[in-house]
Design a protein around this ligand. Structure first.
Ligand SMILES: Cc1ncc(COP(=O)(O)O)c(C=O)c1O
Length: 484
């Protein structure tokens, strides 16, 4: 049964797909970017019995255009400020299309030669972009959570007992790992899933700049050593998820060296800013790390999904992940051939390198740096407006592309009433979804509700920030007037 189309038909479908994308993109500004559908409404649109018969592709694409696009969040819009979501890029779209055409199964070198070599080049370019030693090795994975899991697996392998692979953790001293209280939750998950236990992830308090207290981290290491535990590694945060804080990475490098600990930097989000003139100095010390995580799908605007697990020495990845059963011995075992499956958990993975490679090639590092610097400038502009206003306040410095803040209008005398400020801000977050013109989610700063925006999108201008504040003021006033 042949599933291929005639070339002419296929060209028509791609033309139709391009039109769907551009019809959507034309609405970047000025309309709702979030439609507030309920799960039931979405299920109703898509839920049908398994289609036994064919659907003409033309009408299938039309329904993707009307239903899937309409019921998706408009993440590439400059009015979208949610989580840490990169704006994507159009060369990346072409790469994803061609990647699916190539359909490389890249577990072994001989099965995906261009893919296997390109992945090495992309890792080198990422290192060069961030100012990390470019003779490092790495592998591309799905995202930061998988990346942090793999990084802790490497740390455990390099620093843990030699018998670990065969005998497991039974009867061993608990291994302890040190990270800022602002560290990403994927470290907790990884400690749990790797059998090291969440309790042994030592979460160290931060100072008023949200940077980890290195003195308290050292005390924690000493305490664990005195109590007979096995400290194995220090994690530095280069762009915290909550508000973009960057630890004093050079001080952490010195601490790791002093106690002979593995040093890993989670630069999943912030890493690319290390390559910029405006923020590069904040990352001093990252180059001394044994290992770094960076997600091109965040601040290099590469479409989801791609993160890079980078280590100074390739054998650390190989020793952790390589396992070759009989059925994977195919191909000439030439030493210069590097099988990607030896460097990570997955066997088959998609050709992630293509979209990163094409992004670097098409735009060039210079333009990408300028885009990142523009994002930083936009957030600083937001910070200036907030600081100059009477109805908003910042909740910490905006070092990178994230700002945390709250609405504190004098109206209604709320400023002096902490509980009321918190309630108003929580209600604003609900109204943002109901309203749909802008989009972001909140967080908690110092245990209180906070508004939080993130700007990893080169399409954004200062006028978009003015629009954001206008909408937020409108929603804030509505809440204060108790009209909603
Ligand atoms: C610092 C940091 N590490 C790890 C992650 C997890 O990355 P992902 O969302 O790609 O799983 C994030 C996500 O925002 C992050 O900010």
């Amino acid at each position: 049964m042949n599933l291929d189309f005639q070339e002419k038909e296929f060209r028509q479908y791609t033309e139709q797909a391009v039109s769907i994308y551009f019809d959507w993109l034309k609405r970047l500004r000025g309309s709702k970017i979030y439609h507030n559908y309920t799960p039931a409404q979405i299920q109703e649109r898509f839920n049908e019995t398994l289609p036994e018969e064919e659907t003409p592709v033309e009408s299938l694409l039309a329904s993707v255009g009307s239903d899937v696009f309409e019921m998706s969040n408009f993440n590439p819009s400059p009015n979208y400020y949610g989580y840490i979501t990169g704006g994507g890029n159009q060369v990346g779209i072409l790469a994803e299309f061609l990647k699916a055409g190539l359909n490389q199964n890249n577990l072994k070198w001989h099965n995906a030669p261009a893919n296997s070599e390109m992945e090495k080049i992309v890792i080198k370019w990422l290192c060069q972009f961030m100012g990390y030693p470019d003779d490092s090795a790495g592998v591309l994975v799905s995202g930061g959570s998988e990346g942090n899991f793999l990084h802790l697996a490497v740390m455990r392998k390099v620093m843990g007992p030699a018998s670990l692979s065969q005998k497991g953790l039974y009867g061993q001293k608990p291994m302890t790992v040190y990270v800022s209280s602002q560290g990403h939750s994927s470290f907790d998950k990884a400690m749990d899933l790797l059998g090291m236990g969440k309790d042994y992830l030592r979460k160290i308090p931060v100072d008023d700049q949200f940077q980890v207290r290195v003195d308290l981290m050292e005390e924690a290491v000493q305490k664990d050593l005195n109590e007979g535990l096995l400290p194995i590694g220090v994690i530095g945060i280069a762009g915290s998820t909550n508000n973009g804080a960057i630890d004093k990475l050079d001080k952490l490098a010195a601490l790791a060296k002093k106690y002979k600990l593995w040093y890993m930097v989670d630069a999943a989000y912030g890493g690319p800013a290390a390559g910029t003139a405006v923020a590069g100095h904040l990352f001093r010390g990252m180059s001394e790390a044994d290992a770094v995580l960076v997600n091109p799908h965040k601040w290099l605007y590469v479409p989801f999904q791609v993160a890079a697990v980078i280590v100074r020495k390739k054998e650390h990845l190989k020793n952790t992940f390589s396992l070759v059963p009989d059925y994977l011995r195919g191909g000439l075992e030439k030493t210069e051939r590097e099988d990607l499956m030896d460097l990570t958990l997955q066997l088959t993975k998609d050709f992630k390198a293509l979209k990163v490679w094409m992004t670097f090639k098409a735009y060039g590092a210079k333009k990408l740096r300028l885009a990142i610097e523009n994002d930083i400038a936009i957030v600083r502009y937001f910070q200036e407006l907030v600081n100059a206003s009477e109805d908003f306040e910042m909740l910490g410095p905006a070092n990178l592309s994230i700002a945390t803040f709250r609405y504190v209008s004098e109206n209604d005398g709320i400023k002096s009433n902490q509980a009321r400020v918190d309630a108003v801000n929580e209600r604003i977050l609900e109204l943002i979804e109901e309203d749909g013109r802008i989009f972001f989610a909140g967080t908690r700063i110092n245990n209180r509700p906070a508004l939080r925006i993130n700007c990893n999108n080169y399409r954004r201008t200062k006028a978009d920030i003015d629009f954001l504040l206008m909408v937020l003021r409108e929603l804030g006033e509505k809440v204060l007037l108790r009209s909603v």
